[in-house]
Design a protein. Structure first.
Length: 219
């Protein structure tokens, strides 16, 4: 069972010793500015609400390492989110996000879920996500992947299913030491770059429902 809160009670923002706050499954439309008082918060769950925007005050929660905003109606992500330098898990699954900031300071982020949004491109700043292990971009509107993904030197799982991707960058092969799972099913790929052959630690490759007619050149 879920509650029906439409706002975050301001008195919660005075509980400055809170480490975990879960408000999953309410009808919250906006965060109070005073949420930045929760300076000891390490985990914040606002999934399955009615948020359309994220107040930049959230960037003051410097200890936060897990932020769950899945299943809302968020359209934009404030640059202030980039101030969360301790963040390890960011879940934005099922929103209306069309564009991402560069996030140059999220070097500790390990898990990023952006599935089922409205993204058409990724920023070059993805190269700064050097600790990222899992990246989910299922069900967006991407038609290409930036070469800067090669900066994700710890990436183990990349899920690109159900996009509009026409080609993959050669630089993907530079992830050969780490990448174990690559899912590109249901895109518009007519070929795979030969650099795929450099992904020698790959354990799972999904590439069905594309426009592939040959795999020549791989290996």
């Amino acid at each position: 069972p879920h509650n029906r809160l439409k706002t975050v009670p301001e008195y919660l923002c005075d509980l400055t010793s809170l480490v975990t706050l879960r408000l999953l499954g309410n009808s919250i439309e906006k965060l109070p500015v005073k949420i930045n008082r929760l300076i000891n918060l390490t985990s914040l769950d606002l999934g399955k609400n009615k948020l359309k925007e994220i107040d930049s005050a959230i960037g003051d929660l410097a200890q936060l390492n897990e932020l769950n905003l899945h299943w809302n109606s968020i359209e934009t992500i404030p640059d202030a989110l980039g101030k969360l330098t301790n963040l390890k898990v960011l879940n934005l699954h099922i929103n209306l996000i069309q564009k991402l900031p560069s996030f140059p300071s999220l070097g500790r982020l390990e898990n990023l879920d952006l599935a089922y949004n409205k993204l058409k491109t990724l920023p070059e700043g993805v190269k700064f996500l050097s600790s990222l292990s899992t990246l989910s971009l299922i069900g967006n509107e991407l038609d290409t992947l930036p070469s800067e993904v090669s900066g994700m030197i710890e990436l183990k799982q990349l899920d690109l299913r159900c996009n509009e991707i026409q080609d993959l960058p050669d630089e993907l092969g530079l992830l050969g030491n780490t990448l174990k799972i690559l899912r590109v099913r249901s895109n518009h790929l007519s070929f795979l770059p030969s650099s795929i052959g450099a992904l020698t630690n790959l354990e799972e490759l999904q590439m069905g429902d594309n426009n592939l007619s040959s795999l020549d050149g791989i290996g």
